[in-house]
Ligand binder design. Sequence first.
Ligand code: ZN
Length: 237
Amino acid sequence: MIRVTVWNEFIHEREKEAVRKVYPDGIHACIASFLNQEQDINAATAVLEQPEHGLTEEVLSNTDVLIWWGHCAHAKVSDEIVKRVHEAVLKGMGLIVLHSGHKSKIFQAVTGTSCCLKWRDDDYERVWTVNPSHPIAQGIPETFVLAQEEMYGEPFDIPTPQDVVFMGWFKGGEVFRSGVTYQRGLGRVFYFQPGHESFPTYHNEIVQTIIINAVHWAKPAQRANALKCPNAKPLES
Ligand code: ZN
């Protein structure tokens, strides 16, 4: 079983009726629910207001892949927890950062950049699969449409990705690297742009398949107990 923790700040769904209508139990519950339909995935959830934001050492050591959704409360996530999550990634835990998580402390930590971008609410997105042989693109059509999605536009201040799997095009003419991967230490990182809180993006079956594929891709190949720089004896005399 792949053990997934879906983390959400869980604020918009409680404060805005329009968002609650789309995700009555929260974005995290919606994502965990379609992941739990998979026979080899066991998804749990964690939210900001829990002690240690629900991301204790024990939770992280029992998490193979962490999914992150945040927007208005990035600054409320404690630096100590961000450091803990970052170290877990370097030791092998997979990390999937969604949509407005681009400005989360954890994504800025793993990328080392500002992750700034252009945005405009309530647009139309055509997503293109630009790396069809990538594991995250399996079963995904060459192109698909999200009738309502927030525009995120280039330039997106991220380091050159290991792979660009998806590109987005918006009706204002903007384009965006919508699905990008990184390797950080032993951990695999995937950023996926669609998923504005007031649109039903995570109810879309193609989007769900992308996230399911990403969980399979990001699961640890191996995990380290500690980040070490050992002094090495020579192997040759
Ligand atoms: Zn948004």
